[in-house]
Design a protein around this ligand. Structure first.
Ligand SMILES: O=C(O)C(=O)C[C@]1(C(=O)O)C=C[C@@H](O)C=C1
Length: 388
């Protein structure tokens, strides 16, 4: 598959501030200096191209220009004296204390993630971010109030990058939202299906439309997000290329819809996680889900034993995902005779249907902790019971 990454677009850009990790709340998001980069011409920059000061943008996306580095911590604390408190379930709305929540998502306006952010936090201000990592960073650095990021899709499976980022960042899952993804085949006005030699989109979206794209006989090209693909096709006035994206993206970027509902299955649902800097207080008044990540010793039956702590307490698991432990990918084990054996070292991500406020969930995790080499609760949050 050819790969044309759209890079360095002037959305919310990561800024090197000389250190990763969680920053003190030195500044409230409303104090962040925002420089609008609305310009007349719309050229999306391509990887390797010199974009100068960040390229142009006509979608209203903003470059956030923070002044964290200039702030004296004591002055900033004087400005916001109250320490962060856990969010309550009622915070799952589009505003806090009357001001609109700023919610980071990955992609450009018209991306499915933007629609998912609006579903999760109605009336929020959705903030486009170039990469998943940018959204995580923006939340950790108080540039936004929440982030909404895809974690799994009913056809394409897990979005592995976000599993890895959940572990790397000190954020909390405070909710989930399911969104029905209905893909369209888009092209410039006058371009017909038969003219298409290539189709651009997010790799997940391309995978979700496998049958249609194979039937069309086009080359797939992976880009950062579906709306970015649509914008690129439009800006470059491509006559031999289309994009897989939403009908909203067609409207925003002035493309025609050549075909609708081109995903392999009509029930194409993406599950998004709602992230915050503070956890919510888990309740038992409605169905809750808890997400954890753990690692285990090497040995026969250890994963079976780990999963049994839930089965024994009648707790339903909804998802299990294993990811390589990137900082320590191999584990050396002495077997006594032939010297050290090397195993791949894995982390297990599990979602289960119970609240951390429920005694059976607490007992299950206490039990797991007895033999897990590492255990972290990523969040305990209300389940999205709505139709996607
Ligand atoms: O590109 C977009 O529009 C996105 O929102 C990203 C994304 C993804 O990462 O999986 C989200 C939902 C769809 O499954 C396809 C793509």
């Amino acid at each position: 598959m050819a790969s044309t990454a759209i890079a360095r677009t002037p959305w919310l850009q990561r800024r090197s501030t000389g250190g990763e990790g969680c920053r003190k709340p030195t500044k409230t998001p409303s104090m962040i200096a925002i420089r609008s980069r609305r310009k007349a011409s719309a050229m999306t920059s391509i990887q390797g191209e010199d974009t100068g000061s960040g390229g142009n943008n006509n979608t209203g996306a903003l470059e956030l220009n923070t002044v964290f580095d200039d702030l004296q911590p004591e002055i900033a604390f004087k400005d916001s004296p109250s320490l962060p408190k856990p969010l309550s379930i009622s915070d799952v709305s589009g505003s806090v204390n009357g001001s609109r929540l700023r919610v980071a998502y990955q992609g450009l306006p018209g991306a499915y993630s933007e629609a998912a952010a609006a579903k999760a936090y109605p009336n929020c201000e959705a903030v486009p971010c170039e990469l998943f990592e940018t959204a995580f960073d923006a939340l950790e650095r108080w540039l936004v109030d929440r982030a909404v990021l895809p974690i799994e899709n009913s056809l394409g499976g897990s979005i592995h990058r976000n599993y890895d980022l959940l572990l790397r960042h000190k954020l909390h899952i405070v909710g989930e939202v399911k969104y029905a993804v209905r893909h369209c085949l888009l092209a410039n006005p006058g371009v017909k299906k038969e003219d298409l030699k290539r189709v651009l989109s997010h790799p997940q979206a391309l995978a979700q439309c496998e049958h249609t794209l194979t039937k069309l006989g086009v080359v797939r090209e992976a880009v950062d997000d579906t709306a970015g693909a649509a914008k690129f096709v439009a800006v470059q006035k491509l006559q031999d290329a289309g994009a897989v994206a939403s009908s909203l993206a067609a409207e925003i970027y002035g493309l025609n819809i050549l075909a609708q509902d081109i995903q392999d299955d009509p029930d194409n649902v993406t599950r998004f996680l709602m992230l915050a800097r503070e956890p919510i207080i888990p309740g038992t008044n409605k169905p809750f889900k808890t997400s954890i990540v753990f690692s285990l010793e090497e040995g026969p039956g250890v994963l079976f034993k780990a999963l049994a702590v839930f089965a024994m307490r009648d707790i339903n698991l909804t998802k299990i995902e294993s990811r390589p432990r990137k900082k320590k990918p191999l584990r050396v084990t002495e077997d006594g005779s032939n010297g050290p054996l090397k195993y791949f070292d894995y982390l297990f991500y599990v979602d289960f249907e119970a609240s951390m406020a429920a005694p059976n969930a607490q007992n299950a995790l206490r039990h797991l902790k007895e033999f897990a080499t590492f255990l972290r609760v990523l969040g305990s949050y209300p389940m999205d019971m709505s139709h996607a």
